[in-house]
Design a protein around this ligand. Sequence first.
Ligand code: FRU
Length: 490
Amino acid sequence: MREWTREERYRYLKDPQELQELYSRIAASPYRQTFHNQAVTGLMNDPNGFVWHDNRWHLFYQWCPWGAVHGLKHWYHIVSKDLVTWKNLGVCLLPDQADGYDNKGVYSGSAMPIDDKIYLYYTGNHRDADWTRHAYTCLARLGNDGWPEKYPLPLFGSHPGYTEHQRDPKIMKVPDQDKYYMVIGAQTLDKRGCVLVYSSDELQHGWMFAGELKVPGFENFGDMWECPSIEHIGGHDVLLLCPQHISLPGRGGTQNHNGYILGTMDWDSLTFTPDGNFHVLDFGFDSYAAACANNIEDEDKAILIAWMGLPDVSYPTDEEDWAGCLTLPRELTVRGRRLIQQPLPVLKKLRNEKIIVQDGVNALPKASELELDCRPGFLRMNIFAREDGTGGIVISYDHDKKEITVDRSGMEQHFNLSEGDMRTRQLEHGLSHLRIFVDSSSVEIFVNDGDAVFTSRVFPTEEEHYFIIKGDTFNRLWTLKAAVKDTFLV
Ligand code: FRU
């Protein structure tokens, strides 16, 4: 794996042309996605600032142009009218090239549209000359002409009662409260993950520290909580968070998780009272830093999009100088004390040609959707298999144990071995339905109408483009249209 010097990782982008050659090389990769968003070059991670404004969806993401490395982060801007097809608009927020508050990265955050502007709240990652870290909560304003204006001063600096790991502001307006709130992921001085709450009457100034969010029972749950947010979905409060450096049962060697707690939020006492456990959002291998947007058509259903990747791991395309993509947008509801994630109904627009599924081995188109109605009994499916139906990712259902398992150990290209190769989920009501989205280098498996989702990157060789299904199922297959344009826009 390539070693990056600090100078290389934090090199400022002066002229888009510096990336042209890198872009042309990367665009030729067989692993470039066709209906998932990905960066033009380099690394993408968290989705940021997901909002509906001026008749289209706006989404930004963390972007380091130079290669598959967590170096100098920018906000890259993409837009969509329907959440299916997307357009690159180019880089929106760049780090300050002098000694500004975000001199070493415009880190994650969120957005609030008001009148003809979108207000962007983000963490300015500042490093002193001796590389001491400081976190600032900063604001920028984006006009409909696409021109961002950063406010010259941050809204506030880090709170002294915590380490400098304070980041990822999520701005929100809470019903029945006259104030705006912001929650921020943080770490206590004795290295425990937590959430800090700020409030203000005005979006652009007056922000005051309100306190640390109390989450009874979760006082010692990982050493840092990244990307927290408090959502109100279908009458339920949901705390979404990414606890770090903690092992959880069934999650292999993974130390960084994206999950949620259902409960009740009391803004007066700043207490989130859980009424259950922490649940992982996604049972697959690669999903983190999920961001929610309000569903403009139905306020009982939020929309979620996540980074299809994880911190502290590497991927086969690192060698090609790019990594990361976003998940499909999902409709988020609450059912039976769980969050349910379903592909947005509008994603059916992606369907192109319907293909008859034969008994035995079938070719797996590079961009496709498979839908299986499953009758009671066992199931075993090899997807990304070889021509003889062996290998690939095995999705199996054990009828006696009522467990679905995804096993990637049969793939030729192995990566992130320390995370483990298998993920299992208990299905209370048995397996009845699967909807699987396959792109050039990813697979998203929706189980029982969103009761569980397994999202993973996968890097098939040229031989691994087949599938075989064994079990009592009724199957449908579609090829899918391209929905992202890999245009070079910086
Ligand atoms: C989560 C994260 C955030 C941070 C951003 C930097 O993946 O570490 O906490 O703001 O990525 O890119």
